[in-house]
Write a protein that binds this ligand. Structure first.
Ligand code: ZN
Length: 255
């Protein structure tokens, strides 16, 4: 894997965003392996396909690439809000590759993959409608709030310019598949509770620690009046899937 962009291909493009798109897509085509099955390369779909940018010729998994100059930050711009919500609720999303690059060095800095089953409506922020001066007046876009995705769903391929071991990446994605839940509402609960577990700094924690998040979770799920039961249910799921261990007496350990 080579982290440098090929800037010889940008001659025919004039807008900065077009140049960036062409360079980053070309980079992925020439350097990115399939993080699902480990196949040595991924392929590009025909232009303007609405859902995904790339696919793996072996396992057929699909990917969408979002890139930005500078640091990845907390959020990344995406397309129409309603379309995104629709894609998430109908399980039509591809896996996402989020890239940050240096425009001055023409180099990839960070690349993370977020598997499709980590997308919930909660991580999609509605942007303000475009102003009357805009060509697409009233159009509503969205931001993907990367920092709201549990860390188990943000798998680094390149971190601060360092290429991580491919087998480790493939194994991490494979393990994250244990958290796949088809129903979006259930998925929301799972990740809300998982984010709480991740927030606890120690590896060993108690049910009592988890109940400390009751109020916070209640604000998000106002209609639910038995948050404690929901917490216990999700902890059981995480235990069954091998992400935490039950030590007895209301004590748990992160694995
Ligand atoms: Zn593959």
């Amino acid at each position: 894997m080579n982290l440098n962009f090929d800037d010889r291909i940008t001659g025919d493009y004039h807008s900065a965003s077009q140049v960036a798109r062409v360079m980053t897509e070309r980079w992925a085509l020439e350097n990115m392996y399939c993080p699902r099955c480990g196949n040595i390369h991924i392929e590009h779909f025909e232009n303007n396909r609405p859902v995904a940018d790339f696919f793996c010729p072996v396992c057929k998994n699909q990917y969408e690439l979002k890139s930005k100059n500078g640091s990845l930050g907390r959020k990344v711009n995406d397309g129409a809000y309603e379309t995104m919500i629709e894609r998430i609720t109908s399980n039509q999303n591809p896996d996402f590759l989020f890239m940050s690059y240096s425009k001055s060095e023409l180099k990839v800095k960070n690349l993370i993959i977020v598997p499709k089953y980590f997308f919930v409506p909660d991580i999609i922020e509605k942007r303000n409608p475009l102003k009357s001066s805009a060509r697409r007046f009233g159009w509503v876009g969205c931001n993907i709030l990367i920092d709201k995705i549990p860390e188990q769903g943000r798998i680094s391929v390149i971190s601060d310019g360092i290429i991580l071991d491919k087998n480790t990446v493939v194994n991490k994605i494979s393990k994250s598949g244990l958290l796949e839940v088809k129903d979006v509402k259930t998925r929301g609960w799972l990740f809300d509770v998982l984010n709480c577990v991740n927030e606890i700094p120690n590896d060993i924690f108690t049910l009592y620690d988890m109940y400390g998040f009751e109020e916070k979770l209640h604000i998000k799920h106002e209609q639910n009046n038995n948050i404690k039961a929901k917490i216990r249910q999700q902890l059981q799921f995480l235990r069954d899937k091998g992400f935490i261990e039950f030590l007895g007496n209301g004590r748990y350990k992160k694995i």
